[in-house]
Design a protein. Structure first.
Length: 159
């Protein structure tokens, strides 16, 4: 029988979410069953590891980032949000792609036409990338594969 999440793990999840600037809604999108208190200790450890990795990438620069070539600009309502960028990086981590920058770059080139997450400019495009990554993760779980996404092809555009 799996042990339930500990109070210390709950506190760590919320602390990391706060450091990343994730609001309650965004955090709950990242929680496997949509409830922090329903997690097992092992699931909580995995979530904490993913959030910690996202925090480290945020401080050290994201995978595939080309920040020097991305000029600063004014934001408007159609722009992708920083939360979307963070969530995309988080999903790459959940799929196990953070150690494979060429895979990340290839996915982004194919589905967004850009080599780095921070170069996605359109909010709708960022949302579509998020949904595609979530679908890849769901398919990986449905086939019994690890969350690494190994062997799972990206979704094809319907014609």
């Amino acid at each position: 029988m799996s042990l339930p999440i500990s109070r210390a793990q709950i506190a760590k999840v919320w602390a990391l979410a706060h450091e990343l600037g994730l609001d309650r809604e965004m955090l709950y999108l990242l929680v496997p069953r949509g409830s922090i208190s329903a997690l097992t200790r092992a699931e909580a450890s995995d979530l904490i590891e993913q959030l910690s990795g996202l925090h480290a990438r945020r401080e050290n620069g994201p995978v595939g980032a080309v920040s020097a070539s991305v000029p600063p600009r004014d934001r408007n309502a159609a722009d992708a949000t920083p939360e979307q960028y963070h969530f995309i990086h988080f999903l790459f981590g959940r799929l196990g792609w953070t150690g494979e920058p060429e895979r990340v770059r290839g996915f982004l080139m194919k589905f967004a036409g850009v080599p780095a997450v921070e170069q996605i400019r359109d909010r709708k495009r960022a949302g579509a990338i998020i949904e595609a990554l979530k679908a890849i993760e769901r398919r990986g779980r449905a086939t019994g594969g690890a969350s690494s996404g190994g062997g799972v092809a990206p979704p094809r555009a319907s014609r």
